[in-house]
Each structure stands twice: as structure tokens, then as C-alpha cells.
Write a protein that binds this ligand. Structure first.
Ligand code: NDP
Ligand code: 2IT
Length: 450
């Protein structure tokens, strides 16, 4: 199929060094081959060349003052990738590893994820190479204010609505929102993940993790199984990991791991959720501290796996939830997971498994839910927050949670049906990419060449 091949070749030349973006684009485009083979419609409209190019990208300087009086400089980004289905929607990531390529890969994934939710949201993403670790609360506030001092002119409740991602949680959203309000004088739904007393949706904080567990339940149900009693591996110790663990415990599963960039906790009696929240949501400290209250747990430093892989994936279990970051799960990890009996993987993170690991899962025919489907509960609940903001209402948890469950079941069904339609039942990667793509592409074509 020269169309896919040529587009990827052009991207490789025009986006040098954007390896994560290229990886994400290659996965999607390779999955689209059977669709293009069947029908020249999308080719006739030159749709993949159009869809891999962001509508707009902002890069800006952020200057902020440290507690020591020194002025620091960081890079800021916002990629407005695709608005065919609605206002740009997607989180902000503050992490020292962030480059324009990282934000572009995340924005690209977001387009298809948001399409799968069935809600009217386009795809975008933003962030900075700012490192929030070891910064004081005042430094975080000044950085957020500086970031919003540029971003505010590019966003709005019906044009572009950012939210959280790695390094951006309730505290950062608060400071960003305060600055937006100060600069514009407007109290409106321009960010999601807000505090519950000032426009936030009940259930948003929990939604990505809960949604990833609901997605696993749907995959297991399709195979006549249930999550109850299953031993689960979870990576990460942030927002997504914590609420994945919370839902697993509530459903009678046994999550035995969590991890941060420094190491992994293995607690065969089940992760102590209250302790994890205290360490990560209140004290913002290293996971190693977990041992002081749970001495029977084990701590494996990340340095034990310096080059290839992650301790979390080397344990006996039934279900795995990668909830930390991109490419955290290598081919060696994938091999270990399969050998250790894991038969279901639901990705809370964005693109956590590398291409070789994904191929291994698909060849083994296990239940594999790719991030753009399995972690869509977060952005879906963000859209529910936008709906509540625009009607000036706040819905109760039962309503939000029922909608979230419905949305996750729908996403699973769409992916499974589309995989079946293209003769690869169980290939939810193919199903997610084709189902998401068709919605966006059809809307782009209907709206003409813009
Ligand atoms: P948080 O910042 O709350 O937590 C991230 C966690 O992952 C931390 O425990 C962090 O450890 C760990 N981590 C980050 N980078 C690495 C690394 N290179 N190696 C090992 N561990 C690492 O972020 P979230 O929980 O919000 O996000 C986690 C993932 O989920 C990301 O891929 C994000 O894009 C995705 N996601 C998030 C959504 C949301 O609503 N928040 C929605 C959908 C997807 P440490 O603190 O030591 O760095
Ligand atoms: O990757 C993601 O979907 C998110 N970080 C959440 C985006 C959002 O707008 O809630």
C-alpha cells in the first residue's frame, strides 16, 4: 500500500527526532491498511496526509522566579491537532522529558481516543519540560501562572479545553485556572479536573483509573471471565495508578504492585491504598517509604532494570495495568508477562507498550486493550465536566459513574465489532484505530477542505 508507506516516509523526513510521534503514527496507519484496501474514499480525499499534520502548534517561552530569586526558563507547548469532532481536548504534561515530539504523539493519540468516546471533542495536548519534583508550592504556583500567561490567549471553553496529565493534577489545575480567571475575568469551563467546589465534576479524578478497570471487565466478560479474585500488576503511583488500584480493590481483585521512577513496591497482601495515597497525594514522597508501614512488602529499585524493562512485569499474575508512561513495557517485559500467566492487559497510560510488545500480545491472542481505548474514561469524564459547566450544574457520582461505565462498554463494543468486521476478532488495536479514524475522517470530509 504505497499511500501508507509514502505518508510514513514523508513523516520520517519532516519530523526527524520525533520518534514517539512517528511510533504512534506508524501504529495507527499500519492498522488502516485494510480500510484503504477496501475503499479508495479516504485516499481520494488525501485524508491521512491531512490527519497526521496538526492544525496548529504553539511553542513558547516560560519565565518564572524560584524561591531563591533566580529567573528560570522553560519551554511551553500546546498542539491543537484536530477539531473535526469538537473543541481541542487533552491534558497538559509537566515533565523534564517533554519535547515537541512528546506532545505531538500525545495529541495524535488523543484524536482517536476522543473520537472513540462518542462525545463531541477534538484532539489536543500541551505541556512543558518543567520538572515539578522538589519544587515548593509557591514555585509550582508561579510556574503555572507563567505558563497560563501565554496559554490563555489560545484556549477557551468552546475552542480548546486543557486538563491534567503527568505532573499536572488538582493543585496545578487550580493555579492555572486562577491565572486564567485573573487574565480574562471569566469564570468558565476552560479547564477540566477542577476542584469540586469550583466547577469540577465529581468522579473526574477517579475516572481514568476506574475506566481502565471497567475496560478490563469488558474484555474479560467477552471471554467469559471476571476480575474478582484476579491478581493484578499495576505500574505507576500517580493519579491513574492510584484509582486503578482503588477500583480493583473495590471489585475484589488483588493489586500487588505499584511503582514510581525510582522503584517498585510488591505487596502480596494487596497494595495498602490509604498508605499509597498518603505517600503520593499528601506527602509527595518516594515509594520506598511504603516499607516503613508495611515491612513485609518488597521494594525493587529501578536501577535493577537499567536498560530493558520494569520489575512490575516480572511477577506471576492474571491481569496487568500499565499506568506510568510511554514505552514502559518492552518486548522483554511482554515475554515475561506471557510466561507468568497474564492473559489480560488494560493500558491506563498512553502508549505504554512498545511496538514489539504489542505484536507479542496480539500474536498470543490475549485480551489486550490499547491505551487510546482503555484510558479514554478520563477524557470522557472531562467532557462530562464541560457539559456540567455549560449548564451550570453538578451531577451526583451515581450519574457520572453510570455514564462512565456506559462509555467504556461502548468503546469496547466498537473496537470489538470493528475488529470483527475486518476479520481480526480480538484485535482491539486494529478495532480502536479504524473505529476512531473513521469518525474523524468522515467529519473532516463532510466539513470540506479546511
Ligand atoms: P502522574 O504524574 O499522576 O503519575 C505518573 C506516575 O508515573 C508517577 O508515579 C511517576 O513516577 C510514574 N512515571 C512517570 N514517568 C516515569 C518513568 N519514566 N518511569 C517510571 N515511572 C514513571 O500522571 P498520571 O497518573 O496522570 O498519568 C500516567 C499515565 O496515564 C500517562 O501516560 C498519562 O499520559 C496517562 N493518562 C492520564 C490521564 C489522566 O486523566 N491523568 C488520562 C489518560 C491517560 P515519578 O513520580 O517518580 O516520576
Ligand atoms: O491522556 C488523556 O486522555 C488525558 N491526560 C486526559 C485529557 C483530558 O482532557 O481529560
Amino acid at each position: 500500500m504505497p499511500y501508507v508507506h509514502d505518508t510514513l516516509e514523508r513523516l520520517r523526513k519532516s519530523s526527524p527526532a520525533q520518534t514517539e510521534f512517528y511510533q504512534a503514527a506508524e501504529e495507527v496507519l499500519e492498522c488502516l491498511r485494510p480500510l484503504f484496501d477496501r475503499d479508495p474514499y479516504y485516499h481520494d480525499h488525501n485524508i491521512i496526509e491531512r490527519i497526521v499534520e496538526p492544525e496548529r502548534q504553539m511553542m513558547f517561552r516560560i519565565c518564572w522566579t524560584g524561591d531563591n530569586g533566580r529567573v528560570y526558563v522553560n519551554k511551553g507547548y500546546r498542539v491543537q491537532f484536530n477539531s473535526a469532532l469538537g473543541p481541542y481536548k487533552g491534558g497538559l504534561r509537566f515533565h523534564p522529558s517533554v519535547t515537541s515530539g512528546t506532545i505531538k504523539f500525545l495529541g495524535f493519540e488523543q484524536i482517536f481516543k476522543n473520537a472513540l468516546t462518542g462525545l463531541p471533542i477534538g484532539g489536543g495536548k500541551g505541556g512543558s519540560d518543567f520538572d515539578p519534583k522538589d519544587k515548593s508550592d509557591n514555585e509550582i504556583m508561579r510556574f503555572c501562572q507563567a505558563y497560563m500567561s501565554e496559554l490563555y490567549r489560545h484556549i477557551g471553553p468552546t475552542s480548546d479545553v486543557p486538563a491534567g496529565d503527568i505532573g499536572v493534577g488538582a493543585r496545578e489545575i487550580g493555579y492555572l485556572y486562577g491565572q486564567y480567571k485573573r487574565l480574562t475575568g471569566r469564570y468558565e469551563g476552560v479547564l477540566t479536573g477542577k476542584g469540586l467546589d469550583w466547577g469540577g465534576s465529581i468522579g473526574r479524578k477517579e475516572a481514568t483509573g476506574y475506566g481502565a478497570v471497567y475496560f478490563a471487565q469488558n474484555m474479560l466478560k467477552a471471554r467469559g471471565e471476571n476480575i474478582e479474585g484476579k491478581t493484578c500488576l499495576v505500574s505507576g503511583a500517580g493519579n491513574v495508578a492510584i484509582y486503578t488500584i482503588e477500583k480493583l480493590l473495590a471489585l475484589g481483585a488483588n493489586p500487588i504492585t505499584c511503582s514510581d521512577s525510582r522503584g517498585t513496591i510488591v505487596d502480596n497482601n494487596g497494595i495498602d491504598l490509604a498508605l499509597l495515597k498518603e505517600l503520593k497525594e499528601v506527602k509527595r514522597t518516594s515509594l520506598e517509604q511504603y516499607l516503613t508501614k508495611r515491612p513485609k512488602a518488597r521494594y525493587i529499585p529501578a536501577t535493577d532494570y537499567p536498560d530493558d524493562g520494569h520489575a512490575v512485569w516480572r511477577l506471576k499474575a492474571d491481569v496487568a495495568f500499565p499506568c506510568a508512561t510511554q514505552n514502559e513495557l518492552t518486548d522483554t517485559d511482554a515475554k515475561a508477562l506471557l510466561q507468568n500467566g497474564v492473559t489480560c492487559i488494560s493500558e491506563g497510560a498512553n502508549m505504554p507498550s512498545n511496538a514489539a510488545a504489542i505484536n507479542r500480545f496480539l500474536n498470543a491472542n490475549i485480551a489486550y486493550g490499547p491505551g487510546k481505548a482503555a484510558n479514554a474514561g478520563g477524557v470522557a469524564t472531562s467532557q462530562l465536566e464541560m457539559a456540567q459547566n455549560s449548564s451550570m450544574e453538578q451531577w451526583p457520582l451515581v450519574k457520572v459513574d453510570a455514564k462512565l461505565k456506559d462509555i467504556m462498554a461502548n468503546i469496547h463494543q466498537q473496537c470489538a465489532d470493528t475488529a470483527e468486521e475486518f476479520g481480526e476478532p480480538n484485535n482491539l488495536v486494529l478495532g480502536a484505530n479504524i473505529a476512531g479514524f473513521r469518525k474523524v475522517a468522515n467529519a473532516m470530509i463532510a466539513q470540506g477542505v479546511t
